[in-house]
Write a new protein. Structure first.
Length: 277
C-alpha cells in the first residue's frame, strides 16, 4: 500500500524517472519558510552564498523541519521504502532577471554513492515556471550514467558547471512548473537542467536528497546523513548534527568540517578546495 502516491504514479516514476506535482507544503508553511530565509539574508547583507546553500538542514531549524515534513516523507517512502536518510540539501536560487542556469546533467555523476536508489524532492519556495527558469526533465533517461564534462561556467549553479557530453533533444523537455509549496520528485540519474530566470521574482528551490539506509559512500572516506524515517540497521553514514537553534556554534563547526570533506568528493581531480560562491 502506498502512502501518498498512487500505485500508478509510482509505476510512472519507475518508468519515466520523475513525478510532479506533489502538494507538500501549505501556503502558510511555504510563506513562513521563505520569510525565514529572507530574514537571514537581510541580516547577512545579501543572498545566501557558497557552502551555506548546501547541507543547510544542519544549520537552520526550519530546514531541518522541512526535511522531516510528513507529506514529503510519505511520497519518498512510496519510492524508496520505509527507512530513509536525508543525505543532503541544496538551495538553487535564481535572482530576478539573473543569467544563472543549470546545464543538463545527472545528479549521480560526482556524488560518490554506491547505488542509484536516490530520489530528490525539489521544493518550490517561489513560483517555478518557464519564465522563472523552472526545472526541465528528459523522460526515461534515468537508466544509465552518461559521460559529463566540467565547464565551471560562472553562471552555472552546479558545483563544477558539469554538463552531459551527449546530445540532448530539447524538443523532448518536460517543464516542471510548480506553485510555491509544491514539490517534484526525480531519480538521481534523470537528465535535468533549467534556464535563467526572466521573471520579476526570485526563483527559490530547495533540493532535498533522500536515500535508503543501505546505500554507502563509495568515494569519500566517510559521509554523514540524518535519519528522517524508520530505522538505520546499517550505520554506513555518521549521524549529522541536529540544530536546536539557527546557526549554533556547534552546528557551524560541524557544517564546516563536513563541507570540507564533501568538497573533496565533489571536486575530486580539479584541485578546488571550496564551494563556488
Amino acid at each position: 500500500m502506498t502512502k501518498l502516491l498512487t500505485e500508478r504514479e509510482v509505476e510512472n516514476y519507475r518508468e519515466h524517472g520523475y513525478h510532479f506535482p506533489v502538494d507538500a507544503l501549505s501556503e502558510s508553511e511555504v510563506a513562513g519558510f521563505r520569510r525565514k530565509l529572507e530574514d537571514y539574508e537581510a541580516k547577512t547583507g545579501g543572498p545566501i552564498k557558497g557552502e551555506m546553500r548546501h547541507r543547510s538542514h544542519v544549520l537552520f531549524t526550519w530546514i531541518n523541519e522541512i526535511i522531516r515534513h510528513p507529506k514529503i516523507l510519505d511520497a519518498i517512502e512510496d519510492l524508496l521504502g520505509p527507512n530513509i536518510l536525508c543525505w543532503n540539501t541544496s538551495f538553487f536560487i535564481k535572482e530576478a532577471h539573473d543569467p544563472g542556469f543549470v546545464s543538463w546533467h545527472q545528479d549521480a555523476t560526482y556524488w560518490g554513492l554506491d547505488k542509484s536508489d536516490v530520489a530528490t524532492a525539489w521544493i518550490a519556495m517561489s513560483p517555478a515556471n518557464r519564465v522563472s527558469g523552472c526545472m526541465k526533465f528528459i523522460a526515461g533517461t534515468h537508466q544509465q550514467q552518461v559521460k559529463h564534462e566540467d565547464t565551471f561556467d560562472q553562471n552555472n549553479l552546479l558545483t563544477r558547471g558539469q554538463e552531459i557530453a551527449v546530445n540532448v533533444d530539447e524538443s523532448k523537455a518536460i517543464y516542471v512548473e510548480l506553485k510555491p509549496g509544491q514539490a517534484s520528485l526525480h531519480h538521481v540519474l534523470l537528465f535535468h537542467g533549467s534556464e535563467p530566470n526572466r521573471s520579476d521574482d526570485r526563483r527559490i528551490g530547495l533540493a532535498i536528497r533522500y536515500i535508503p539506509t543501505h546505500l554507502k559512500q563509495a568515494v569519500g572516506q566517510r559521509d554523514w546523513a540524518t535519519l528522517v524515517r524508520g530505522k538505520d540497521g546499517y550505520g554506513h553514514f555518521q549521524p549529522e548534527y541536529v540544530p536546536k537553534r539557527d546557526l549554533e556554534p556547534d552546528a557551524l563547526a560541524f557544517h564546516k568540517a563536513v563541507s570540507e570533506e564533501q568538497v573533496r568528493v565533489l571536486y575530486r581531480g580539479t584541485g578546488k578546495t571550496a564551494y563556488r560562491a
